[in-house]
Unconditional design. Sequence first.
Length: 336
Amino acid sequence: MAKQRILSGVQPTGNLHLGNYLGAIQNWVEIQQDYDSFFCVVDLHAITVPHDPKVLANNTKAIAALYLACGIDLTHSTIFVQSHVKAHSELAWLLNCVTPLNWLERMIQFKEKAQKQGENVSVGLLDYPVLMAADILLYDADKVPVGEDQKQHLELTRDIVIRINDKFGTKKNPVLKMPDPLIRTTGARVMSLTDGTKKMSKSDPSELSRINLLDPPDVLTKKIKKCKTDPERGLEFDNPNRPECNNLLGLYALLSGKPKETVAVECADMGWGQFKPLLTETVIAALEPIQTKYHDIMANPDYLDQVLREGREKADTVANATLKQVKDALGFLPSL
Ligand code: TYM
């Protein structure tokens, strides 16, 4: 039986942080061999907020290199750049024309990001979830492994599928495949180091709020030393009055590979003075092999170019077939 397919992506807006890693990429690495796996660097999404053209290309390469450094394996997976596969923009346009405006206006991420930008909100930012739907639907993805914050975008994608299939398909011959979100039970929501009630995010103005995968040991040490804690003694999971405690213990469990129950017992009587150095050591040890591999890959640009070229070819073939199917269903004159 053919393997089911997964597709996911990360925006090349700066560095990857532990939220991206634990919420998404680590999960991709664990499940990739069970699926026909496609991972893209979503550079078209990265320009929905003001961006610097001088760094976009390098950031795109860096994210692709980080996919490999984190353990994405090309025998199971295809890595490509979204803007290299023209079908993404074209399908987004077709989906735009069947997506009601008010579905987009109620997206939480749009509202949050739009609030930060005031007058400068682009049409692209509003349309971000439709482009994301195009990414997913072009590959007939069965599952989409993402962090918790992407749940609403996945629901929108599913609503678009229902609409297109109702209008242009039949029960026997649907135009698009219905994808399911794949959200982990742990790590799906990594919180900020400076406020345990806010998610760790690339757009937080404070660098101290996040741990980046490429932070060197001295920076990691400083960030963990300065991270927010509380005055209580003894550490515990799931106390709603201690969000920072829950988050930091969760990071320790995920990065050390120890089960939550083991960590709960190990840290029950610890104070922050004992726990912080332990967490620091664990984070440094977990990131060190990723950083070494990343620097090796970046030192060999021909290899990365080759990976992205082959990825583009594979992605193009799958995406163009779906695009044709949608255009046929919508009644376009086939290209002559
Ligand atoms: P991006 O780059 O904002 O996030 C990439 C992935 O990281 C997850 N994530 C988190 N997980 C746990 N805790 C956090 N604090 C945290 N912050 C981010 C996100 O859920 C995501 O899985 N819209 C997507 C990019 C995208 C995409 C797609 C994903 C574009 N097209 C198609 C899947 C399929 C995004 O949030 O990127």
